[in-house]
Ligand binder design. Structure first.
Ligand SMILES: [Ca+2]
Ligand SMILES: [Ca+2]
Ligand SMILES: [Ca+2]
Ligand SMILES: [Ca+2]
Length: 320
């Protein structure tokens, strides 16, 4: 009798233990999933082409990689779909994309884009990696100023099949993002002569244009700041952010950063909404969206250049 009760008791303990273990595993895996969607901090030493990466909370050590050579265009994006941005460069002289996959550490080289040796003085393709085929994996893509075409090598095809479409004119600045929120990056350009954004929305094929920003003064930083799933048209001007919220259609203006700060917006707290952030001389300043709060992280040397995990980087789209 006593043995019988004891056995029952033991089974109960085992059950409780199993439930606790399961809950723990679940907690760990959800924490991992959340962490996977959190943008890392990346700084680059341009002279040595070394990339240093640290988690957004600024805790723990950093990892360092040497990747790329002088003249490469840095194109970090999530090309293997593991939720983490991969170290990557595009080499204009060969047209090669050199990608270091975060999932397995393997190097991947794919040729895409027109080769433009610097001595020709030709106008280079502009790399515009983004998720154009809506599979949550960055596609390899270039926008060609010479013919205004977007050449996309899709991740869905295993980077074997391409497509092209026309949008934009010579002199435009490409600003692809998912403005209509259908999960597909939309072809978009900023026309400096008119201070106007031209957006080809993928969901309905609607062509939209809006005057916003000032060429020469602004860094264009489209991203989803209000968390409705649609990228907002946005610009950073000498320490002031201008955001046209897609949710309300209203333009927000607020100061965050200094005149010489570099905007590095990305989702650093993993809630799916882009956080305002700036980098200045080795310091990162964040305004997290989750529970709005200001925090700072020291990471990088004075002359290091910051990168963020947005598919469109300010460095590439600075209007000059
Ligand atoms: Ca990745
Ligand atoms: Ca894709
Ligand atoms: Ca879209
Ligand atoms: Ca939005």
């Amino acid at each position: 009798m006593i043995a019988h009760i004891y056995a029952k008791f033991e089974i109960r303990i085992l059950l409780v233990l199993a439930v606790v273990l399961f809950a723990l595993l679940f907690a760990v895996s959800s924490a991992k999933a959340a962490a996977g969607n959190t943008a890392d901090l990346t700084v680059i030493d341009s002279r040595s082409n070394s990339w240093k990466i640290q988690s957004a909370d600024g805790r723990g050590g950093f990892s360092a990689y040497k990747w790329g050579i002088q003249g490469d265009v840095r194109v970090p994006a999530d090309y293997d779909g593991d939720g983490n941005s991969d170290i990557a460069v595009w080499r204009p002289t060969t047209g090669d994309w050199h990608i270091l996959r975060s999932s397995d550490g393997a190097a991947m080289t794919i040729k895409w884009g027109q080769t433009t040796p610097y001595w020709t003085g030709g106008i280079e393709d502009i790399p515009v990696p983004a998720d154009f085929d809506a599979d949550k994996i960055a596609d390899i893509a270039v926008w060609r100023p010479a013919d205004g075409k977007w050449y996309v090598l899709t991740s869905r095809s295993g980077f074997k099949g391409g497509s092209s479409s026309s949008w934009g004119l010579l002199g435009d600045v490409p600003v692809p993002a998912d403005y209509d929120g259908d999960g597909q990056a939309d072809a978009a350009v900023f026309r400096s002569m008119e201070n106007r954004w031209y957006i080809a929305e993928s969901a309905t094929g609607t062509l939209r244009s809006i005057e916003f920003g000032i060429a020469g003064d602004d860094l264009l930083v489209p991203a989803d700041y209000d968390g409705d799933g649609r990228a907002d048209i946005a610009a950073f001007r000498a320490g002031v952010w201008y955001v046209q919220e897609s949710k309300t259609g209203e333009t927000d203006r607020f100061e965050f950063g200094y005149a010489d700060s570099i905007p590095v917006p990305a989702d650093y707290d993993g809630d799916g909404t882009t956080d305002f952030a700036v980098y200045r001389r080795g310091m990162w300043y964040f305004l997290d969206s989750g529970t709005p709060r200001l925090r700072t992280v020291k990471f990088g040397k004075k002359d290091d250049f910051p990168l963020n995990s947005l598919s469109v980087r300010p460095s590439m789209i600075a209007v000059r």
